[in-house]
Design a protein around this ligand. Sequence first.
Ligand code: MN
Length: 130
Amino acid sequence: MSKRILVIEDNERNLYLVTYLLQQQGFEVCSARDGTAGIQRAVQERPDLVILDIQLPLMDGYEVARALREVDALNNTPIVAVTSYAMPGDREKALAVGCNAYLEKPIEPLTFVAEMRRILSEPSSARDPS
Ligand code: MN
């Protein structure tokens, strides 16, 4: 069965690119454009992986990650934070709220899907518990 990935991203072009790259490699993709919708989608769809933009309307990606970790069924779902405005400390902040990995935009089409596969194959205990 193909793995399902939820992409929470408000930027149309990035959402299109990420969806295209993943679908081309056989992943099922669902998406949401803001944090609230993203949390709802995650609860409904129980994706195998969440790709989470940090700069989102209504609530930012850090708040979304925290909320996802409070849902028992999503506690071990890998979350990949993606940001276009990387500041010092952002990676640490993303890991601290429960993200498993942190990527800076622009998305690199040649390596992106391989990176997602790698994260999907990691045991859930690999997540930074801090
Ligand atoms: Mn954004």
